[in-house]
Design a protein around this ligand. Structure first.
Ligand code: ADP
Ligand code: MG
Length: 241
């Protein structure tokens, strides 16, 4: 589904991604772990060209994203949902409007269809009673579940998550991970940057360990957590587990 070929990204002289070649297959749940500053967010943002690669190619569903014109790129981007640490909901819109504005404005979905889809998605994330609420009245966990529903409202083929639970109070982490767990079970292709090792163990098909702009080691959760081979992976896991 996403084919990453010799991806490099530099900010000025700071080489953040150093020649990454990787493939995300349809239906796969790939969890990306690694120390702060290792390039995880930049990697994720390069997948949908929120960051423009310095070199290399991102091929999404057979089409190379690098070098596309803005209009074509935006069309393909709609197929890649993204969820951020900081929710990024539209504060001046109700939950319902948050979920319907993009389908209506960018895909031409009619209002009533978008509304019924929004209601269904809110049910899926356990927030069917929050249709008319504004984001400011929601808890962090609720906001993040709305953000997930909003991304799903665009019918994405893949969902990208960048530390979706890192800004949450501990008691709200579980409700968001549960929604992600259900989504994974439904067959959604997912790339998830997270420090939630329990989630990685339970839900990931594959774990990538990033350090210093490289994918240093990868494998099944069992391989990475029980038998890490690279000293840097061992060192990182020893610090966090
Ligand atoms: P991680 O998500 O693993 O913590 P990031 O991808 O956020 O790592 O950052 C990796 C490196 O890239 C850091 O050194 C960071 O300072 C740098 N970086 C990230 N985004 C930018 C940017 N927009 N401009 C300049 N430097 C950036
Ligand atoms: Mg990050």
């Amino acid at each position: 589904m996403i084919n990453i070929q010799h991806l490099k990204k530099a900010f000025g002289k700071n080489e953040v991604l150093k020649d990454i070649t990787e493939e995300i297959k349809q239906g796969e749940v790939v969890v990306v772990i690694g120390p702060s500053g290792s390039g995880k967010s930049t990697f994720l943002r390069c997948l949908n060209l929120l960051e423009e690669p310095t070199d290399g190619e991102i091929i999404f569903e057979g089409t190379s994203l690098t070098g596309l014109n803005e209009q074509k790129l935006n069309q393909l981007r709609q197929k890649m949902g993204m969820v951020f640490q900081q929710f990024n909901l539209f504060p001046h819109m109700t939950v319902q409007k948050n979920l319907t504005i993009s389908p209506v404005q960018t895909k031409g979905t009619n209002e009533s269809e978008a509304n019924s889809k929004a209601a269904k998605l809110l049910q899926q994330v356990g927030l069917e009673d929050k249709l008319d609420a504004y984001p400011s009245s929601l808890s962090g966990g609720q906001k993040q579940r709305v953000a997930i529903a909003r991304a799903l409202a665009m019918d994405p083929d893949v969902m990208l998550f960048d530390e979706p639970t890192s800004a949450l109070d501990p008691e709200m982490v579980g409700e968001v991970l549960n929604v992600m767990n259900e989504l994974a079970k439904s067959g959604m292709t997912m790339v998830v940057v997270t420090h939630e090792m329990g989630f990685a163990r339970e839900v990931a098909d594959r774990v990538l360990f990033m350090d210093d702009g490289h994918i240093v080691e990868q494998g099944t959760p069992e391989e990475i957590f029980q038998h890490p081979e690279n000293p840097r992976t061992q060192d990182f896991l020893a610090k966090i587990l």
